[in-house]
Design a protein. Structure first.
Length: 84
């Protein structure tokens, strides 16, 4: 059985992309975060520009600055605690 039907040289153009992605991850130290939770439901909302400006201003006050979805999660969690 012959396994050399396709020359490896045909796929050389894929190698630089793989190396580039690997190096950018190493430089920033950030990863994509992995697979999302399976018991969570994604929610998509549209936010007015004024509300988005306020959200970004509040995020900038924190260290480290959370992402927009994380900031919304934190705000909802604090509201849930206040209700208890």
């Amino acid at each position: 059985m012959c396994y050399h039907l396709v020359s490896p040289r045909r796929f050389r153009h894929y190698q630089p992309i793989q190396r580039q992605v690997g190096l950018s991850t190493l430089k920033t130290g950030k990863s994509k975060g992995g697979r999302p939770r399976t018991d969570a439901t994604p929610v998509t909302v549209r936010i007015l520009p004024e509300m988005l400006e306020w959200l970004d201003a509040e995020r900038a006050k924190l260290d480290p600055v959370p992402s927009r979805p994380e900031m919304i999660r934190q705000m909802m969690a604090s509201m849930m605690v206040k209700e208890l």
